[in-house]
Design a protein around this ligand. Structure first.
Ligand code: SF4
Ligand code: SF4
Length: 266
């Protein structure tokens, strides 16, 4: 990928996959991004004044968007890159160029992109990232200690896409899933108090006292387990949450994938 300047058509990346997989995708007209977009990180735009505060004394700005989650949220796709370019230029900044990777949270994609955009990025005073926190981290780690990297978005939550343009928080990533005991309905995510052993005293007529528009999650759990003939599950007291499984920062190494990749590369 060559250097891009604001206004160029953004470059998309091909991910490494066996040819047979690409053939299936092409045949079925399904893209990898489409599949991954069934779950996504929801973001919202930061106040532009906040961004200007970040960029105080920085004139030449390089932009990163994200053609996956942020594109779907309309916070970091091509349209938003163009809008941000205009805003920054109207504020007297010089946008040196931009990049719109398919997944900005993929550190290896960002490293490759940096190599290809080296001159433009080196000539920029700062990088502004229109992606979730993981995207900002990937760019920031790759940029190293010298180059300031700033977020243009706030990351909110992991969502299911329930309908086109409809996002619903599906999992709070607690590290110890209890859906097996709750009929597949998450009390962590759906109960504002995160209660694990039935409803609080504020539940009224099946509604949540915190947000009366919503059904109390424990009523939903009870109703579903009853239909499944599994109410006995509710007699067990859920133990206090073991947050040690969620000590941050978390990381996971999938040894079998690494092994398979090494074999493929031989
Ligand atoms: S219990 Fe809820 S928050 Fe925890 S992993 Fe399961 S779905 Fe996610
Ligand atoms: S009413 Fe139900 S969902 Fe609302 S806070 Fe109480 S237990 Fe949680």
């Amino acid at each position: 990928m060559g250097n891009e300047t604001a206004g160029d058509k953004p470059q998309r990346y091909m991910l490494l996959a066996p040819p047979c997989i690409w053939a299936i995708f092409e045949r079925e007209l399904i893209s990898v991004s489409t599949i991954w977009k069934f779950n996504m990180i929801i973001t919202k735009k930061k106040d532009f004044q906040k961004i200007l505060e970040y960029l105080k004394n920085k004139n030449k700005i390089f932009l990163y968007g994200c053609n996956s989650c942020a594109e779907q949220c309309e916070t970091g796709g091509e349209k938003e890159i163009k809008e941000m370019t205009l805003l920054l230029e109207n504020a007297g900044k010089n946008v040196t160029g931009f990049s719109l990777p398919d997944e900005t949270c993929y550190s290896m994609i960002i490293k490759k992109d940096f190599r290809e955009q080296k001159k433009t990025i080196e000539g920029s005073d700062a990088i502004l990232v229109l992606a979730c926190g993981a995207g900002v981290k990937a760019v920031s780690d790759t940029a190293g200690d010298e180059k300031p990297v700033f977020p243009a978005l706030d990351s909110l939550y992991l969502a299911n896409v329930t309908r086109y343009g409809h996002f619903f928080e599906g999992c709070a990533l607690c590290g110890e899933c209890v859906l097996g005991e709750t009929g597949g309905i998450c009390p962590h995510t759906n109960c504002p108090k995160g209660l694990l052993n039935g409803p609080c005293g504020g539940m009224a007529d099946g509604k949540c006292e915190v947000n009366i528009e919503n059904d109390c999650v424990w009523v939903r759990i009870y109703t579903r387990l009853k239909k499944q003939g599994r109410l006995d599950v509710l007699k067990k007291i859920a133990p206090a949450k073991d947050y040690s499984s969620g000590v941050r920062p978390r990381n996971t190494i999938v040894e079998s994938r690494i092994k398979n990749k090494k074999q493929e590369d031989k």
